[in-house]
Design a protein around this ligand. Structure first.
Ligand code: DOR
Length: 469
């Protein structure tokens, strides 16, 4: 198969190159010259496109086993492939949770034949109850590298210390959901002026910050590798920046929704915007973007959290938190983060669609609604290569998948690739998403950038924006 006419971009930089794939591997990269398709070879058109290592998501909820009405490994993996992912780490807050070898084996079994390489994460504690450690060594022996109770944080510092001690011996990483439950209380939106104005219980940023600080200290003590999931608060970014400056072995992630949307969207009372940790202020959003730009935030991960309509079509307090993201993550990141700004349309934050216009009384100066680009104007954009690093080769390394996923695009390397048209404009239509659930906060939004083809081990699983199986 020949991928013709594109620009290869990987950790080695970018170059105009056709890419020849034979079997499961890249056979040849024709830098600066056209390669001839061998007789009988298929040609994938990559003109105007980037040919990049497949994206890697270290944070996706695929819901199987137990909540197949929301998602299955098959549907989630298809959504992932359409979003340009060739590998996804499946979060263990399934039902039952992946806290035993049996469930991890089940996920591995279900992942066979999926459109994307699905790697199960294991829980830190049994039942994600925060009381007793899971059989981490047994899970690691099955290939689990990420341990997390995501959905909730491990509240007991002594237990987290033990988990870190085990994980550093096992060679894995603690993927940390940082929220202190006693500070979170019953909060459902960011605590502050917005929660007061909406009359909804607040979920303070400090709930995240205190657990980030605690676990940075515990990682320093134990030498464990720590990955901080879905950071949302400026203070957390500052804490990670300081820890990294002091030499900490920590990585951090932000989600496309925290990089694109502020709490102001909650003024619609639409539960599509309810997520944990919650969308916060424009200052938090800008701190996250700056964190991505200066490398404090290593990874952009989806926190793809599918929920069926009945879990979302209810009150804000009762609705399930989370939003789908696998099919929109790259496009949202390209739309709101990219440099040069010419590729951004519109630059900066996404504008709320008309039907989500918040009541004016809540927003005396409506700059809040339009976000920091309008009010602060200081975002200068991210180089495309940095964006791809944060979505492909850096997360591949964190998940222990380097060499298999995340490039480089070079002869002999596994052909796990995505071909992205960075200029293609499209409108998010929830009903068209391949994910079984359609709870996207980007409904009706025009995004710039779309995955044209995805190859998994040399097999074209997405061709011309269509899933092949
Ligand atoms: O909003 C969220 N939803 N945050 C999480 O941490 C878990 C996720 C889910 O599983 O639905």
């Amino acid at each position: 198969m020949l991928i013709a006419g594109g620009t290869v971009m990987d950790q080695g930089g970018s170059r105009r190159a056709d890419v020849l794939v034979k079997g499961e591997v890249v056979a040849e990269v024709g830098e600066g010259r056209a390669l001839r398709a061998p007789a009988g070879a298929d040609v994938l058109d990559a003109s105007g496109c980037l040919v990049a290592p497949g994206l890697v998501d270290v944070h996706a909820h695929l819901r199987e086993p137990g909540a197949e009405e929301a998602e299955s490994i098959e549907t989630g993996a298809r959504a992932a492939a359409l979003g340009g992912y060739t590998a996804v780490v499946a979060m263990p807050n399934t039902s039952p949770p992946a806290d035993s070898a049996a469930v991890v084996r089940q996920v591995l079994q279900l992942a066979k034949g999926a459109c994307c390489d699905v790697r199960p994460a294991g829980t830190i504690t049994l039942g994600r109850e925060g009381r007793v450690l899971s059989p981490m060594a047994e899970l690691a022996a099955l290939g689990v590298t990420l341990f997390t109770d995501d959905g909730t944080g491990v509240q007991d510092p002594g237990l987290m210390r033990r988990a870190m001690e085990y994980v550093s011996v096992l060679g894995g990483v603690i993927a940390d959901h940082c929220e202190d439950a006693s500070l979170v209380g019953a909060g459902v939106v960011n605590e502050g002026a917005m929660s007061s104005a909406l009359g909804l219980p607040g979920r303070p940023a400090v709930a995240e910050e205190v657990m980030v600080l605690r676990d940075l200290a515990l990682a320093r003590l134990t030498g464990a590798r720590l990955h901080l999931l879905h950071l949302s608060a400026a203070a957390s970014v500052a804490a990670v920046r300081a820890a990294k400056a002091a030499g900490a072995q920590v990585s951090a992630e932000a989600t496309p929704h925290h990089l694109a949307l502020t709490q102001d969207w909650l003024a619609s009372y639409s539960t599509a915007f309810k997520v944990n940790p919650p969308l916060r202020t424009s200052a938090d959003l800008m701190a996250l973007r700056e964190g991505v730009a200066d490398g404090t935030i290593d990874v952009i991960a989806t926190d793809h959290a599918p929920h069926p309509p009945e879990a979302k079509d209810t009150s804000m307090c009762e609705a399930a938190p989370g939003m789908v993201g696998l099919e929109t993550a790259l496009a949202v990141a390209l739309t709101v983060l990219l440099d040069p700004p010419g590729l951004l349309d519109p630059p900066g934050l996404l504008d709320p669609p008309g039907f989500l216009e918040p009541p004016g009384s809540l927003h005396p100066g409506s700059s809040l609604v339009r976000g920091p680009q309008a009010s602060e104007g200081q975002w200068t954009g991210l180089p495309l290569e940095r964006l791809l690093a944060a979505m492909s080769w850096v997360p591949a390394k964190i998940a222990g998948l380097s060499g298999l996923h995340g490039g480089p695009v070079a002869p002999g390397a596994p052909a796990n690739l995505c071909v992205v048209d960075p200029a293609r404009k499209w409108v998010v239509r929830p009903e068209k998403l391949a994910s079984r659930s359609h709870n996207t906060p980007f409904a009706g939004q025009e995004l710039t950038g779309k995955v044209r083809h995805t190859l998994l081990a040399g097999e074209p699983v997405v061709v011309g924006e269509e899933a092949q199986r």
